[in-house]
Design a protein around this ligand. Structure first.
Ligand SMILES: C[S@@+](CC[C@H](N)C(=O)[O-])C[C@H]1O[C@@H](n2cnc3c(N)ncnc32)[C@H](O)[C@@H]1O
Length: 252
């Protein structure tokens, strides 16, 4: 059997009791850290807490060469760990389909996700979000405009946007970097984004949540990763009140 287990948002205590039990009973435990990562703990601490070896997977190990995971699931119980919820803003549906097609039973043990945390921390109503997008670190000759296009299309329809910030090996995009990249994409155009919400370390005891113009957010110290950005559409009065109370929003 292949069991997908969500680790939750920040540290060792975010996993569900069901998830912990699955790890205890597993014959092999895999962990991917390229779609999300728990910055409030380390792989060593996870190994110690679970009393199991963890097989660390890179993107190509999951998306191109998943045979070792599938073989382990054919021969026993394989657990596949992911930050957040294993099926939210990831490509792991593909692995579940591959397993199913090979006759391997699968199961999901859900985890708290950044998607639900965003609504809780910002007060932005979850049914008012449009398509989400990701800002990647630009590479030579590659600086996609898609995230800006998604944000502007959502704003036109009066929908909020979740903007995921890139994770590369030991490099985590910050709110400040994300805003600067969006500003670069808007250079020379009449496009503008009047309001941002930045969030750092959702799920920790002291997440930072700040709402305002790009200028205001650049003055906020968001601290260590992970960070995420939200571009709100026009605010419902309760959303505005929430941001004033919990994100230092000042509409003046
Ligand atoms: C591609 S999404 C994967 C979401 C994950 N499967 C989940 O359900 O939470 C990962 C991105 O979400 C954001 N993120 C995830 N966890 C976060 C946290 N605890 N605090 C702030 N941002 C977070 C970061 O921008 C990160 O690059």
């Amino acid at each position: 059997m292949l069991i997908f287990v969500g680790l939750g948002l920040y540290d060792l205590d975010d996993i569900s009791l069901k998830g912990l039990q699955a790890i205890k009973e597993a014959d092999a435990v895999f962990l991917e850290t390229y779609t999300s990562v728990l910055t409030g703990t380390t792989i060593e601490q996870m190994r110690e807490k679970y009393g199991k070896d963890l097989i660390i997977l890179k993107r190509q190990d999951v998306e191109q060469k998943p045979e070792p995971i599938l073989t382990a699931a054919k021969n026993g119980i394989a657990v596949f760990l992911t930050g957040g919820d294993p099926m939210v803003s990831t490509t792991h549906a593909d692995l579940r389909i591959r397993a199913h097609e090979q006759g391997i039973p699968t199961k999901i043990i859900h985890g708290s996700s950044i998607v639900s945390a965003v609504s809780g921390l910002t007060g932005l109503q979850n049914y008012r979000f449009g398509k989400s997008c990701s800002i990647p670190y630009p590479a030579p000759k590659w600086f996609p405009k898609t995230p800006l296009d998604t944000i502007l299309a959502n704003l036109k329809q009066n929908l909020h946007t979740i903007v995921y910030l890139d994770i590369q090996e030991n490099r985590y995009m910050s709110v400040h970097e994300g805003i600067e990249l969006l500003e670069k994409l808007m250079e020379g155009s009449t496009d503008s984004i009047p309001l941002f919400v930045g969030i750092a370390r959702a799920g920790s005891n002291s997440p930072v949540v700040a709402a305002g113009s790009s200028e205001r957010l650049k003055l906020v110290d968001f601290g260590p990763p992970l960070h995420i950005l939200v571009v709100p559409a026009s605010l419902h009065e309760i959303e505005e009140e929430y941001l004033k109370n919990f994100a230092g929003y000042d509409p003046q």
